[in-house]
Design a protein around this ligand. Structure first.
Ligand SMILES: NC(=O)c1ccc[n+]([C@@H]2O[C@H](COP(=O)([O-])OP(=O)(O)OC[C@H]3O[C@@H](n4cnc5c(N)ncnc54)[C@H](O)[C@@H]3O)[C@@H](O)[C@H]2O)c1
Length: 360
């Protein structure tokens, strides 16, 4: 079996999770870990004695045996490091958000296309068993036509000094939406406020409008006394409530909805008649495998078999475009159009083979 030779750059908070999952994948030879801070490498040397450590990213770029580079450094460095990796003919898995601007994302997509390399973004939740189960329900048409997507991700969070709460928290929810709905929003309207005196928004509300009356709303905050990670997805047939923090029944699928009957002439005025349907609720089982493990395996498949990643560079670009337009809306107070062009249209039915279902 051919093993993929991989190097991971960035060994801060998130990098070690990627390192562990790449190290444990039997189709991977984790060859390097790289960080500017030697103390971080020293800790990893004790845990992974067979892996080379280096403070010099150039060591990875110049190794002709290395197939792929995984980038888990701060967002402002993603573009330069990914561009160097692709230019050195390495496949790339880059952390979310893909880059600090859509122009940078588009350049990376073009470079990867030109060189026939895999470019994937770590939109971790797209690989979460619960999210993949919801995707299955949507693809089977169980929900009917999707009417709305509503998401809350709030807690007393770490106030960042370089990005606002949208760039910090919303990539997760936007990428879940992008994966589940496979549709690109037309406009965004964002409002928010800053309470730390530094001009960086710590609370934000984002509304996205799509064609066919679909609407999505996101509430992200670092200033909530309670931690909430909830989503509601409403369809014409059924509705889903997804609570990522509850230990049991994270996904609930409700056979609830409304029916509109023909307008009735009541006392010479026409009124619509809304009737309610209240049926059963069930909570499907889903795969409990760690999302990053599934994602790492998918990345390896994509590189070794030339598969297209479900969270490819184009999905990273779509998410960054939404956030850029949301930021502009925050500053101007006006709704903004979300640019689209050929490079970033969503892939219909983007999906990958389900893993075996495990019990909850
Ligand atoms: N997918 C997820 O759920 C998830 C969760 C947390 C963070 N992230 C993302 O992971 C990335 C890193 O976040 P973090 O919280 O781990 O940051 P961090 O600051 O804790 O770690 C970043 C590390 O990168 C190193 N570094 C910076 N520039 C470097 C360079 N040029 N060469 C080598 N090393 C360099 C730093 O020394 C540091 O150790 C961000 O893009 C973040 O958005 C993703």
């Amino acid at each position: 079996m051919r093993q993929l030779s991989v190097g991971v750059v960035g060994c801060g908070y998130w990098g070690p999770n990627l390192i562990r999952n790449f190290y444990e994948n039997e189709r991977v030879d984790l060859k390097y870990v790289c960080d500017l801070v030697p103390e971080k490498l020293a800790k990893l040397e004790r845990r992974y004695p067979t892996v080379k450590t280096t403070v010099n990213y150039q060591d990875l770029l110049s190794d002709p045996e290395l197939d792929a580079i995984v980038i888990a450094t701060p967002v402002r460095t993603h573009f330069r490091l990914a561009q160097q990796a692709l230019s050195a003919n390495k496949h790339v898995l880059v952390e979310k958000p893909m880059c600090g601007s859509s122009a940078e994302c588009a350049q990376l997509v073009a470079l990867a296309d030109e060189r026939g390399l895999t470019l994937m973004v770590d939109h971790t939740f797209a690989y979460h068993g619960a999210v993949r189960t919801i995707k299955g329900a949507i693809e089977r048409g169980e929900l009917g036509e999707i009417l709305y997507f509503d998401s809350v991700r709030i807690n007393l969070g770490l106030f960042q000094s370089d990005v606002n709460v949208i760039w910090d928290l919303a990539p997760h929810d936007l990428s879940i939406m992008d994966y589940l709905l496979g549709q690109t929003p037309k406009t965004v309207h964002a409002t928010g406020s800053c309470h730390a005196g530094n001009g960086i928004e710590d609370i934000a509300y984002i509304t996205l409008n799509f064609d066919n009356n679909l609407i999505a709303h996101f509430n992200v905050s670092w200033l909530s006394p309670v931690k909430v990670r909830q989503m509601l997805i409403g369809g014409t047939k059924k509705m889903i409530a997804y609570d990522d923090l509850t230990p049991m029944e994270k996904i609930r699928i409700y056979d609830k909805g409304i029916s509109i009957s023909e307008p009735q002439n009541v006392d010479s005025s026409y009124v619509n008649s809304v009737s309610y349907r209240i049926g059963d609720m069930y909570s499907p089982v889903y795969d409990l495998t760690e999302a990053l493990k599934v994602e790492v395996s998918h990345f390896v498949d994509c590189v070794l078999n030339g598969q297209k990643p479900i969270t490819d560079g184009r999905s990273g670009l779509r998410i960054v475009r939404i956030m850029e337009a949301a930021n502009l809306s925050l500053k101007t107070g006006q709704p903004q159009e979300i640019p689209t062009d050929g490079v970033a249209s969503p892939i219909a039915n983007q999906s990958f083979a389900p893993l075996e279902t495990r019990s909850k």
